[in-house]
Design a protein around this ligand. Structure first.
Ligand code: 3HC
Length: 303
């Protein structure tokens, strides 16, 4: 007798082809990690100059990862680097980049209008099967997804800088994200080598909701002249066991990012004083002293 079994759950489709949009700090980290874990990756940025810088940053970071993973077998390390590079292609054509995508991870500027413009076009050109994810750190995933016709296949994938080193990935499920999409995002996060946690589509999710007010408090402490940047950093490293103090961490995250997060929250929750951006933060952004990535923030960086 032939026994047939019917599955009631739709079959999971495995995410193999990943398109990452945006060649900044986060986008390049996500593309690198996806390529080094065996995915076919397409990295898109409209600016060819940024693409050049991104490729150099990925090559450098792959070298660091290989050195760590293959300490005693440099030939294996070289294979690892070449393998990752062979699975990574870069381009400036957004439409072309999503033709075969199973997943799109967006990591562009934190501006809802710009993200809507991008996702509307992606919605038109990506196949039905493609899942969309945003790496936003300040906007609501539901608000971003609202411009598309695939709100059930839309979720958040929030990575941490430096992406190749930080083990966490926050998976964000909106009220419209389907169970299947959520499961596929969780499985993909695991395949990327990350530990995934789930959070509702709430401001800052878990990490930034706790971390950003902390960074902001540290800047206000500095602004009041209560302690020097060095002493604030030493205090939190040696007194609370953090790998970086809040002032150096703010430089590391980038002041444009932190300001974008605080401003969007301040607009939504004007009564919450921890969301009020400090004067010193606004000044640094105005002066384009965005932190490590521009060579100067609270501290100066030579390399
Ligand atoms: N690529 C690959 N490897 C890297 C790397 C990169 N970009 N950056 C650091 N590493 C590796 C190094 O090669 C080194 O490897 P080793 O242990 O084999 O020598 C290891 O990481 C440690 O690096 P360093 O020795 O250079 O320096 P540290 O020990 O100080 O570590 C750090 C650097 C991992 C960045 C650590 O200071 C740290 O964890 N800092 C906190 C970072 C953090 O909090 N990130 C989250 C920011 S919030 C965010 O991203 C969310 C956004 O939405 C705002």
């Amino acid at each position: 007798i032939l026994k047939r079994s019917f599955s009631t759950t739709p079959s999971m489709h495995i995410i193999k082809n990943i398109t990452v949009i945006g060649g900044g700090l986060m986008g390049s980290g996500v593309a690198q990690v996806a390529a080094q874990t065996g995915h076919n990756v397409t990295l898109v940025d409209l600016n060819p100059e940024i693409i050049k810088k991104t490729e150099a940053a990925i090559a450098n970071s792959l070298g660091r990862v290989a050195k760590k993973l293959y300490k005693d077998t440099p030939e294996e390390g070289e294979k690892f680097i070449q393998g990752a590079k062979s699975r990574l292609r870069v381009m400036t054509d957004t439409r072309e980049s999503v033709k075969d995508a199973d997943l799109v991870v967006e990591a562009i500027v934190e501006n809802l209008e710009v993200k809507h413009k991008l996702f509307k076009s992606l919605d038109e050109f990506a196949p039905q099967k493609t899942i969309f994810a945003s790496n936003t750190s300040s906007l609501s995933i539901g608000d971003i997804a609202s411009c598309t016709n695939r709100r059930d296949r839309f979720g958040g994938m929030h990575f941490f800088n430096p992406v190749p080193v930080m083990k966490l990935l926050e998976i964000i499920k909106t009220s419209e994200t389907s169970e299947q999409t959520y499961n596929e995002l969780m499985a993909c996060g695991k395949a990327l080598g990350k530990v995934c946690i789930t959070c509702k589509d709430s401001p800052g999710f878990v990490v930034n909701r706790l971390l950003v007010p902390y960074l902001s408090e540290a800047m206000q402490l500095l602004e009041r002249g209560d302690a020097s940047p060095e002493d604030i950093d030493t205090a939190m490293k040696l007194g609370a066991g953090y790998p970086m103090g809040p002032i150096e961490l703010a430089d590391f995250v980038g002041h444009d990012t932190t300001l974008a997060i605080l401003e969007s929250w301040h607009k939504k929750f004007p009564d919450n004083q921890s969301f009020n951006p400090s004067i010193v933060l606004k000044k640094l952004v105005q002066e384009k002293k965005l932190g490590r990535k521009t060579g100067e923030g609270f501290y100066k960086y030579t390399k």
